[in-house]
Design a protein around this ligand. Structure first.
Ligand SMILES: C[S@@+](CC[C@H](N)C(=O)[O-])C[C@H]1O[C@@H](n2cnc3c(N)ncnc32)[C@H](O)[C@@H]1O
Length: 506
């Protein structure tokens, strides 16, 4: 990955020091002082935030939140402008760095200028630039992007470009992943229906554009960023923020009333909540995760949801004794696996710069191990759903093929048929659920459904296994108290830095 570079080496010895650290040429038009002009201030703010984020010490959203906490005087709209420009830079970082090489002064300031020129418009930026910067920005705007090498034009690292070369229409996929995502919400069927929520949204909090999502019967797509979290319907659990792809995944799991279901990597519970609602709050739904912090974030969502069938359980790892107690007990097991998150680049563009082939390979090993443990929990005839928000074959089809080769007691079911009467006009080639932003308007998602066979060989193995306790949380000793910890466990930190290991709105 390209590191932060300063610009030209031919700096004049004399001249005024600019906020970005660059010295102006004698006689050149100076940039507007940052104190006087809001746009000039904005450039400085974006430059400062980028200076921290581009050190890649953690996920961009967390570093940006910290930067906002350190700059408490910024109002809501100012924060929005800064965040938009920062994310624009993260999306187009390789291309911006390429063109920034042709300018003078601090590289981060030039990135900030490009981000704000893209989000506010070039004409809004030009008046606060000095003559050199303005000339450079005009030159950069005239570059024919189609003539740039693919990896620079689409701003992706070489390893990702190579990994996606076999995907059909990969340029279209990558271009869509470089655009900001709309805001999808999901109506909680335990508390409201979509028509009512749509009417209320249109009448008030999101009057601009609220449309039903095309495939999920619970989804609503919003343009813009209405302040939903202060809306009564959010506070009372009638809605949740959730990408339509995540909603389709829960529909694919298709849990039924009274069943025993395990959400093996529940995180902050985005999918757990829909699974619990699809079960009409009956049966038992275990929400497992190694992250105490994420499960603690799930608690207020669960409280809002009106569900009483969910048992959150912190496990030490996928081979935890509590997992073993669930062997062959579950009708449905969902593994929403920790993954590279490359399907969510619209929301987390920093992931393409924070991942590399080694981190993906580590994630693949973890996915294999989680899948093997989760499979043990599936009852004969029960289903195991393996899902990622990755667009990399090695994390998707590659894992499925390896799993089937090692587990002849499972067969692959056709996902499109399982979704046929649940997801409107969704048409999939199969056998997997594969979603792409350029085709379906969702994040990139992958899911495969396995079913444990009822064969004689399976019955023999089952008979040989020890007597197992009932899948009752207390009988199985699974009723762990989940509270917000004082400190993030070290393991959670490591997992968070490895990829898209779970966010509240998935
Ligand atoms: C993609 S996220 C899950 C997102 C979540 N299902 C949702 O809808 O919000 C993956 C989750 O796997 C968890 N995880 C990582 N290693 C795990 C393991 N060995 N066993 C169980 N969960 C694990 C992470 O903590 C993270 O919350």
């Amino acid at each position: 990955m390209t590191s932060e570079r300063s610009g030209s080496s031919s700096r004049p010895a004399q001249g005024a020091r600019r906020p970005g650290g660059q010295q102006a040429r004698p006689g050149a038009r100076r940039p507007a002082p940052a104190g006087a002009n809001p746009v000039a201030q904005r450039i400085e703010q974006v430059r400062s935030a980028l200076g921290e984020i581009l050190q890649w010490s953690g996920p961009a959203d967390q570093v940006l939140s910290r930067w906002f906490r350190d700059h408490p005087k910024l109002g809501g709209r100012d924060r929005g402008t800064v965040a938009e420009a920062v994310y624009d830079v993260l999306r187009h970082l390789r291309r911006y760095r390429h063109v920034a090489e042709g300018g003078r002064g601090a590289a981060t300031r030039r990135l900030a200028i490009l981000g704000l020129a893209s989000t506010l418009g070039r004409e809004g930026i030009l008046p606060v630039l000095d003559a050199d910067e303005a000339d450079w920005l005009r030159r950069v705007s005239a570059i024919d992007q189609a003539a740039l090498p693919r990896e620079i034009r689409l701003s992706i690292p070489d390893w990702l470009s190579e990994a996606l070369a076999i995907e059909p229409d990969s340029d279209s996929l990558l271009a869509a992943l470089n655009r900001a995502a709309p805001l999808d919400i999901r109506v909680n069927p335990m508390k409201a229906d979509r028509e009512t929520i749509l009417a209320e949204l249109r009448a008030g909090v999101a009057s601009e554009m609220a449309e039903p999502t095309p495939y999920s019967p619970f989804g609503i797509r919003l343009q813009g960023r209405p302040a939903l979290t202060r809306w009564g319907r959010f506070e009372d659990g009638s809605i949740e923020v959730q990408d339509e792809g995540s909603q389709l995944l829960a529909l694919l799991v298709a849990p039924r009333r009274g069943e025993m279901v395990i959400d093996f990597c529940a995180g902050a519970g985005g999918k757990t909540l829909l699974l619990g609602a699809l079960m009409r709050s009956t049966g038992r739904l275990y929400a497992l995760d190694v992250s105490h912090t994420r499960l603690a974030r799930f608690k207020p969502r669960l409280a809002r949801s009106g569900l009483s069938n969910v048992v959150p359980v912190v496990i030490a790892n996928e081979n935890d004794a509590r997992v073993k107690r669930l062997a062959r007990k579950a009708h449905r097991v969902l593994v929403d696996a920790p993954c590279s998150g490359t399907g969510t680049l619209r929301r987390n563009p920093d992931l393409k710069w924070r991942q590399n082939p080694e981190s993906v390979s580590d994630l693949c090993a973890l996915q294999r191990s989680i899948l093997a443990s989760a499979a043990r929990c599936v009852a004969p005839g029960g289903r195991l759903v393996y899902a990622t928000c990755s667009i990399l074959r090695v994390e998707n089809e590659g894992q499925v093929e390896a799993f089937l080769a090692a587990h002849p007691e499972f067969e692959l079911l056709p996902a499109p048929e399982l979704l046929a009467d649940r997801a409107g006009a969704l048409s999939l080639p199969g056998p997997y659920l594969k979603l792409r932003p350029d085709v379906h308007g969702t994040d990139g998602f992958f899911a495969a459904v396995f079913q444990r066979r009822h064969g004689p060989a399976v019955a023999q193995v089952a008979a040989a296994e020890a007597e197992l306790p009932e899948p009752d949380a207390q009988a199985a000793g699974l009723d762990d108290e989940v509270e917000a910890p004082d400190e993030e466990p070290a393991r959670d930190e490591a997992a968070g830095s490895a990829g898209n290991l779970g966010e509240g709105d998935r």
